[in-house]
Design a protein around this ligand. Structure first.
Ligand SMILES: [Fe+2]
Ligand SMILES: [Fe+2]
Length: 146
């Protein structure tokens, strides 16, 4: 069983956002799987840690690319959406400090295992209306320039 399934999140009106969500869900499931194998001594800790580092970089790129699109197309609820991202990143940073500075890898594994709840809520409640707005605006601009 996977940690989270792509079917749990709404399909985005903007392909770029959809792809990012699919990639992130894939990485989360890979971490969950590696953590199980690491627990059994079947993979090394560094294999697991590399995947967690990949996730952290992906989350930052994910949020930054949405924020860039929102600014580019004057999304009216930019501040609300950006704040939601920043709050998540603060929690992530805290888990990363527990892991990297205090050597507690379980803290970041637990964080990763709890994120699906946030992701499903954020994607369906915040990203979906944002993607709808962006897709409409992009179409409108394309029509005006046609
Ligand atoms: Fe997103
Ligand atoms: Fe978002």
């Amino acid at each position: 069983m996977a940690l989270v399934y792509i079917e749990q999140v709404e399909y985005m009106s903007l392909e770029q956002m959809q792809q990012t969500h699919e990639d992130e869900i894939k990485i989360l499931n890979e971490i969950d799987k590696l953590a199980i194998l690491w627990d059994r001594g079947e993979v090394t800790q560094s294999e697991l840690e590399d995947k967690i580092d990949e996730y952290i970089a992906h989350v930052h790129e994910h949020f930054a690319s949405e924020e860039k699109l929102m600014l580019e197309y004057d999304f009216p609820s930019y501040d609300m959406h950006k704040t939601a991202h920043d709050m998540f990143l603060a929690d992530l940073d805290y888990a990363v400090v527990q892991w990297k500075d205090f050597g507690d890898i379980k803290k970041i594994i637990n964080f990763v295992r709890k994120t699906p709840e946030w992701i499903v809520m954020h994607v369906n409640g915040v990203d979906a209306p944002t993607a709808d707005y962006l897709a409409r605006k992009i179409d409108k601009i394309a029509a005006e320039n046609a």
